[in-house]
Design a protein around this ligand. Structure first.
Ligand SMILES: Cc1ncc(COP(=O)(O)O)c(C=O)c1O
Length: 318
């Protein structure tokens, strides 16, 4: 994975990655004041769509605007302009599948905490990112972190801010240094919140349970899709507070997020989850998810944006 060499859209222009530079005195670099998204695109799995297909592009761009607004930054583009920019970049990258990273940040100039919030820049990167975690298809080892997820009155997890990632990064660092792949953070009440870059699901007595947004999580777009796909497969779902002990009793534990997609947790805090292998509900959901991202589920066709459709001047729908 080389994140620097692909094309970058910055301030309305597409440039070579090596030319997409910002000043080292950029205040966003110093104070962590920025908002971003991670978005994946995939090859089409149906002759009706040309592809590549961007998964839930409108929802990601909407969340980028919401996060930026919450930080007092006004994006100097419309949502539709950034949707087109993402589609354009995906196409120019020449990749059949890849990752898009829109970033909203402050222009270099003033240097003070929360200064110059109105001078906002947008950049979008694009690269091939096949596996966020190595060998994730075999299941991953996760540990419950000693770090507590920052709460709504500190760094609200519902805002996808750059600075907000210090908290989950500390948890992931602790997990990786200890030989695990990922960390699950608890919230201030000691209940399950989320992983460092994914939402958590537990299969308990055949019900797929995930903490509600009020428990202090990023309302994941993959999480939202998974709740629908589980319902489509006849797996009952429940959004309710989840105690850490319930994760240890679960038949299956899954993580869901754009970068890591859908992965099975096979070891939690050194103990096997269920049989210690990816379970049948994970396997069924993963297969359904693969159909969804490649446009093969007519009921969820609106989740994918065909980049050629966005850029086609005669097309009216994104
Ligand atoms: C902390 C956190 N929770 C959950 C998610 C999953 O969100 P999504 O599915 O929208 O990528 C992410 C990924 O961005 C994340 O960073």
């Amino acid at each position: 994975m080389d994140v620097t060499s692909g094309p970058v859209w910055i301030d309305g222009q597409v440039v070579d990655g090596t030319d997409a530079l910002v000043h080292v005195m950029n205040p966003s670099l110093h104070y962590g004041w920025g908002a971003y998204e991670g978005i994946r695109f995939y090859p089409s799995g149906t002759p009706e769509l040309t592809g590549p297909l961007v998964f839930r592009l409108r929802e990601h761009i909407r969340r980028l605007f919401n996060s930026s607004r919450a930080l007092g930054m006004r994006i100097p583009y419309t949502e539709q302009e950034l949707i087109r920019a993402c589609a354009d970049l995906a196409l120019r990258s020449g990749l059949s599948s890849g990752y898009l990273r829109p970033l909203v940040f402050l222009r270099a100039g003033a240097m003070a905490v929360a200064a110059q919030l109105t001078d906002v820049q947008v950049a979008i990167g694009c690269w091939a990112w096949s596996g966020y975690l190595p060998d994730a298809d075999k299941g991953i080892r996760v540990r419950t972190s000693g770090w507590v997820r920052s709460g709504p009155a500190q760094l609200p997890p519902s805002i996808k801010s750059t600075g907000g990632y210090i908290n989950p990064s500390l948890a992931r660092l602790e997990a990786v240094r200890g030989g695990d792949h990922e960390a699950i953070l608890l919230n201030q009440a000691g209940r399950v919140a989320e992983a460092s870059a994914a939402n958590v699901f537990a299969l308990l007595d055949g019900v797929l349970v995930t903490p509600p947004v009020e428990e202090g999580i990023l309302p994941g777009i993959t999480r939202d899709a998974l709740l629908d796909l589980a319902a489509d497969l006849g797996v009952p779902t429940q959004q309710r507070p989840l105690a850490p002990a319930e994760l240890r009793m679960a038949e299956e534990v899954l993580l869901a997020g754009t970068a890591m997609e859908l992965v099975a947790v096979t070891t939690l805090d050194g103990l096997p989850v269920g049989e210690g292998t990816a379970g049948p509900v994970f396997t069924a959901l993963r297969a359904e998810f693969d159909k969804a991202i490649s446009g093969q589920l007519p009921a969820h066709r609106d989740w994918v944006t065909d980049v050629t459709g966005v850029l086609d001047p005669v097309s009216t729908s994104p």
